[in-house]
Design a protein around this ligand. Structure first.
Ligand code: BGC
Length: 477
């Protein structure tokens, strides 16, 4: 595996200082701020499942399907649009606009007067989810110290998992406090609360520094110097200019004039395939369909509130497992590395999906519930430790600054399209071949993912983002 010393793009000048920096409280604060969109990504993609039964409009099957899966489709559009915009206007501007769209979408969902308005507001939210997911880890990768980049970027995954869990908890709380207002105000409050973190993020993001690497790449040296200053690093404009010159010379020496070099294209293909596997191996089956598939096993009184609560409790248990397991990703991503965690993660997904499938096929009663829940819990843990955050991390770190926005957003688009495909296909497959066989197919896909990662994903821990690009360039040649 490549190491930093083998990299031909040494970190230079002020970027070397940035890479060697200690991650102060301000770095963590900035990371969390960049990842509020991740929280809303989790909250908004899972909240629909909790309130769907209580929306009092006549919704066609298509409209219902759109409300559940439409966020993913909207996210694909948001992601692909974000790329050129962020490369042109910066990371910070886009993060602010995203937060605004999130807030408007959540408020409109809460005060909606008919099905059309609800669909429009959910589409807006989908756009924000996609755009934000496209650039959050790219922004982090551009200021994070090299040795902490993995851990900082995993915060995005953590916020996603917390968002998912909080959406279930909020719904449970509101349904419990006002069980008679399910179809009147409860679902509106659940949707509308998404506006609170969005508004706070919008205000705070207005004061965050722009990405220093992006500013440098755009030749805005005085602004770069100020961004460094906000990050607690004192450099002169002269030093910034020198660094830009050195980077230019380095690129000329390596004849890397073109932005989309073979190495960059290779990196893009690898991240896209990783994302396809991240989704089609079925992580969102227990999340989107778990309450429905498992809720009925826990409770069958026929009471609508009881049924909703049982489904939510099941989902909340799995959501909590997801949050806790993500801690291990955060802890080990910079020590064990991306490759090993991803291989272990996908391998765990194979094993535990097969166990859960066996439970579905051969067991009944409480034994079935226990085996399926335990299988799903460990399947989710394996995903959380090695696959979820690793995907979003490599999406942010493997591309050169000049094309990072476009490349990262292209990859995010692939993620959302794959997400959409599995959400839409699952019910049909389930009816056609039965749940246990679907689960076996998902396990087989995880096995393919193990082989793919082992064969193609290089290790990128502890390298500067400039060196990461080189690793792919070398693999290509
Ligand atoms: C995936 C989402 C998934 C979530 C679960 C993310 O990395 O992109 O599709 O719902 O992890 O934690």
């Amino acid at each position: 595996m490549a190491t930093a010393s083998e990299g031909s793009s040494e970190a230079v000048g002020v970027l070397r200082t940035l890479d060697g920096q200690k991650a102060t409280k301000f770095y963590w604060y900035l990371t969390v701020l960049a990842c509020v969109g991740g929280f809303l990504f989790g909250y908004d993609t899972s909240v629909v499942g909790s309130v769907l039964n209580f929306i009092p409009y006549q919704l066609s099957d298509l409209a219902t399907g759109y409300l559940v899966a439409g966020a993913s489709l909207g996210a694909a559009v948001g992601a692909i649009s974000a790329g050129p915009l962020t490369d042109r206007f910066g990371r910070k501007s886009l993060l602010i606009v995203d937060a605004l769209i999130y807030a408007v979408g959540a408020l409109l969902s809460a005060v909606t007067v008919n099905a059309e308005m609800l669909i429009i507001s959910r589409t807006l939210i989908g756009l924000a989810v996609g755009a934000d997911s496209a650039i959050a880890t790219a922004y982090i990768a551009e200021f994070a110290p090299a040795k902490k980049r993995g851990g900082l970027s995993i915060i995005q995954q953590w916020m996603i998992t917390v968002g998912i869990l909080v959406s279930y908890l909020i719904a449970m709380l509101i349904f419990a406090v006002a069980p008679h207002s399910l179809k009147t105000v409860d679902w509106r409050i659940v949707f509308g609360l998404g506006a609170v973190p969005a508004i706070i993020a919008m205000l705070l993001r207005a004061r965050m520094p722009e990405s220093p690497r992006w500013l440098l790449d755009r030749g805005r040296y005085a602004d770069t110097q100020q961004a460094f200053d906000k990050l607690g690093i004192q450099v002169t404009e002269e030093e910034v200019r020198d660094t830009a010159d050195q980077l230019r010379e380095q690129a000329e020496r390596q004849e890397k004039q073109r932005q989309w070099t073979p190495g960059v294209v290779r990196a893009l293909i690898i991240v896209c395939i990783f994302f396809v596997f991240q989704q089609i191996t079925g992580i969102n089956v227990p999340f989107y369909y778990g309450p429905k598939l498992l809720g009925g096993l826990f409770q069958d009184s026929g009471n609508v509130v009881d049924a909703a609560m049982a489904g939510l409790q099941t989902a909340a248990i799995l959501g909590a497992v997801n949050v806790i397991a993500t801690f291990f990703a955060f802890r080990y991503i910079d020590r064990i590395g991306r490759r090993k965690l991803a291989i272990g993660g996908f391998a765990g997904m194979v094993i535990f999906m097969v166990i859960a499938a066996a439970g579905v096929a051969y067991l009944t009663g409480p034994a079935k519930i226990v085996v399926v829940m335990v299988g799903f819990a460990f399947f989710i843990s394996s995903f959380a430790i090695g696959v979820g955050g690793t995907g979003w991390l490599i999406q942010g770190e493997v591309f050169p600054t000049a094309v990072r926005g476009r490349a990262a957003s292209g990859a995010a688009t692939v993620n959302w399209l794959s997400n959409f495909a599995i959400v839409v296909l699952f019910p049909t497959l389930n009816t056609a071949i039965g749940l246990s066989w679907v689960m076996i197919i998902l396990a087989a896909l995880s096995l393919l993912a193990v082989i793919f990662v082992a064969r193609f994903l290089p290790e990128t821990k502890n390298l500067s983002v400039e060196q990461v690009v080189d690793v792919f360039e070398r693999q290509r040649s």
